[in-house]
Design a protein around this ligand. Structure first.
Ligand SMILES: [Zn+2]
Ligand SMILES: [Zn+2]
Length: 68
């Protein structure tokens, strides 16, 4: 049963690392109001302008976001 425990720990570590990486990709600065709202709800903002900005690794300036 020891092996299963090790596998569980490894799986957990991998998922934690994935989460950390995803957070690193977040743009610096301040997200726009709509994006902040969507993020709070655990979603991504679906405005085309925000999606485009996110692709470029930026906050949408049209929606009040700021980039540093
Ligand atoms: Zn947005
Ligand atoms: Zn936008």
């Amino acid at each position: 049963m020891k092996l299963i425990k090790v596998l569980a720990i490894v799986a957990m570590a991998v998922s934690l690392a994935t989460v950390a990486q995803a957070e690193d990709k977040k743009p610096k600065g301040k997200a726009g109001g709509c994006c902040a709202k969507a993020e709070k709800a655990g979603k991504k903002c679906e405005h085309p302008c925000c999606v485009e900005a996110a692709k470029a690794g930026k906050n949408c300036e049209k929606c009040g976001g700021k980039n540093e």
